[in-house]
Ligand binder design. Structure first.
Ligand code: ATP
Length: 263
């Protein structure tokens, strides 16, 4: 748990893949504890690279501070105590029980595999509605079930900073909403800072607090999510003609009318 006043301040971050500039002085934050921030943008815009940079898995120039902690100066094992990262790829279908993979993940975050850890893992599985998967082997699970186990691995570490790369990509409609509801509840209860790569812009509008919109490695908008996901922003980031309408219940919906001739 981090204090209410703790913020994630990352950037400006600059990073290259080979000779190509893939993060160009990207700034995120300050992002306060208890909030969910969406990373948005077209394919190849740099969302995963940015998330990995914050996690310390992609080398960049620039600072990453979590409150008073200089994450950028920490070695991987120490950094792993503060942040949990879930990659875009699903946990591999290996012959290990889901519960065991969660305990291994907790150990990587500095937690000993004891009775308390086991109870924590059990409660996270229950929280995600997948207690029945605890003793199942990963190579016998569906893609969506493995994604939920991956989420459990990250959450069970009780991180101050939760970094999720497209955590809904393999989930059915109901699970997508349940996961977002659970993330909201846990983010607020634990005062976590949650950063999540999303392609579903309606979901981002309804279920996140803030957003960072990237285009070719640069931030083109950031702030309150409703100020970032706008027709102008969507045109610039995705090259689409889009509107933000309201459902009959008053919730925002992104509607795309067409694609622009020029991106
Ligand atoms: N392993 C790699 N080697 C070289 N370049 C890469 C590699 N992975 C990504 N890139 C490049 O880095 C840039 C940013 O990629 P990144 O994966 O961060 O995009 P993204 O916004 O997460 O995309 P997507 O929505 O498709 O997942 C792109 O230009 C991409 O081609």
């Amino acid at each position: 748990m981090i204090s209410e006043t703790t913020f994630l301040c990352a950037g400006p971050l600059t990073g290259h893949r080979g000779r190509r500039l893939v993060l160009d002085a990207v700034e995120t934050g300050p992002l306060p504890g208890g909030t969910i921030t969406a990373l948005l943008g077209a394919n190849g815009s740099g969302k995963s690279t940015l998330l990995r940079a914050i996690a310390g898995l992609f080398p960049v120039q620039g600072p990453v501070w979590l409150g008073p902690h200089d994450l950028g100066a920490m070695r991987a094992p120490e950094r792993a105590k503060y942040c949990a990262y879930m990659p875009q790829t699903l946990p591999p279908p290996i012959h290990i029980q889901a519960m065991e993979t969660i305990l291994i993940s907790m150990q990587a975050g500095g937690t000993r595999a004891n009775d308390h850890a086991f109870k924590t893992a059990e409660s996270v599985l229950a929280c995600l509605g997948i207690s029945d998967l605890a003793l199942r082997f990963l190579d016998e699970l569906s893609g969506g079930q493995r994604q939920l186990v991956g989420l459990a691995q990250a959450l069970a570490r009780s991180p101050a900073l939760l970094l999720l790369d497209e955590p809904l990509s393999a989930l059915d409609l109901r699970h997508q909403f349940e996961v977002m509801r659970m993330l909201r509840r846990e983010t607020e209860a634990r005062n976590m800072i949650t950063v999540i790569v999303l392609h579903d812009l309606t979901m981002a509008l309804r279920r996140t607090d803030a957003a960072v919109m990237l285009s070719t490695g640069r931030v083109i908008a950031r702030g309150a999510v409703e100020d970032v996901i706008t027709p102008a922003g969507l045109s610039q980031a995705f090259g689409v003609q889009a509107r933000i309408e309201r459902s009959t219940q008053g919730d925002p919906v992104v509607l795309v009318d067409g694609v622009s001739d020029v991106l």
